[in-house]
Ligand binder design. Sequence first.
Ligand SMILES: Nc1ncnc2c1ncn2[C@@H]1O[C@H](COP(=O)(O)OP(=O)(O)OP(=O)(O)O)[C@@H](O)[C@H]1O
Ligand SMILES: [Mg+2]
Ligand SMILES: [Zn+2]
Length: 449
Amino acid sequence: MSTKKPGYYCQECGHFTARWMGRCSGCGAWNTYVEEVVASPRNHRSIERQVEPRPLIEVPLVDSDRRSTGMAELDRVLGGGVVPGSLILLGGDPGIGKSTLLLQVAGAIGSAGHRVLYVSGEESPHQIKLRADRLGVNSDELYVYPQTNLEAVEEQVAKVNPLLIVVDSIQTMYISDITSAPGSVSQVRGCTARLMQWAKKQSVSVFVVGHVTKEGMIAGPRVMEHMVDVVLYFEGERHQTFRILRGVKNRFGSTNEIGVFEMSGIGLQEVANPSSFFLMDHAFRNVAGTVVVPTMEGTRPLLVEIQALVCPTSFGTPRRMTAGVDHNRVALIMAVLEKRLGLMLGNCDAYVNVVGGVRIDEPAADLGIAMALASSFRERAIDGRVVVMGELGLTGEIRPVTALDKRISQAAQLGFGCCIVPRQKGLPEIGELETKEVATLAEAFDLVF
Ligand SMILES: Nc1ncnc2c1ncn2[C@@H]1O[C@H](COP(=O)(O)OP(=O)(O)OP(=O)(O)O)[C@@H](O)[C@H]1O
Ligand SMILES: [Mg+2]
Ligand SMILES: [Zn+2]
């Protein structure tokens, strides 16, 4: 059997070609093919022979004893804790706090009396110590190991026998069988496959840091995302202190939960009630062009403020800019406003922003966006104690939203006085909060303005 397979791999998407080409036929990127020689793993066959098919009912049910990471927000995103033997990829922009998060997790698990091996290919033990000192991480079960060779790590894993391994980062790791440089497609793929094998064989959980490119992809092959069990993205605005942890893929839980953290001098703090955090400086102001919308992030309601600014175009084509909401969705809402309510937005610039850098991608925010735009256009403030929700149809009808009761009760908790909701069955009764039902955009406007 031949073990060498020479060829060219696209460094962006992992596409393989036997002949060099200028442009990747997988992703269209230019000049990204690099020659790599891949030795296919030799010892696979013997391992594969040891395992035999068996009836599923005979497989013992190991009750999924998920381990808490010591951070409730992270546990929530993972679906209730770390499943033993899982490989978790943590991606994120440079400097967003990936190493900080994992060092805190390593510290918490170490303090719980479990051994943790923190492998760093990027920082020296002194640098890690400095950070650990700042974060208050102090556990005698936490081992740090500066190493970039994965085979050496494997040896140490056998000696240290940890319950959790942190690898920071996959782009710095290499296997000596593979000739290409660390960070290249075949190295990243090879190392991930190797980590996956350990994780499954020894039932040890592995957290792997992956750097993210400008385009927002895990640098190196996209295929890595298919190989691991869980993919988490750590994101946030560079100039703000809050960070959002999002599940992109999870073999052991749902992916629509988010975790919210705040970056501080002593590390990442969990934000247990994100709504109050994002609305911190809203304070029920009565200003034109702003409205609060309850959105759902997974099973948790999140109240965010949507702001809009509409002003006449001075020359040329009107500008439309959005941050945190879909550009096309805003164009659609503006068209509905123009057609159904006669607001002449056609020759106005429009800017829509979600405060705090949150991203909303559910249609339940449509009515809020419409209200904010109209409020700015008419220079009329919406009462600061009102929240609105509803999906907008092309004929100007307001459609029902999911999880209405959770949204309303969250608004009530935060002291809002009135909810404008779509007319729908099973409207919950929530204490002192007034709910007003609307069926069309026009009705909603009559109520608000
Ligand atoms: N003394 C400090 N006080 C407050 N925040 C700090 C301090 N030192 C570092 N930080 C924060 O921690 C961030 C760096 O965190 P960390 O090194 O965990 O990021 P990372 O995602 O691992 O980065 P990289 O991609 O470079 O590995 C900085 O951007 C900064 O916000
Ligand atoms: Mg780091
Ligand atoms: Zn490509």
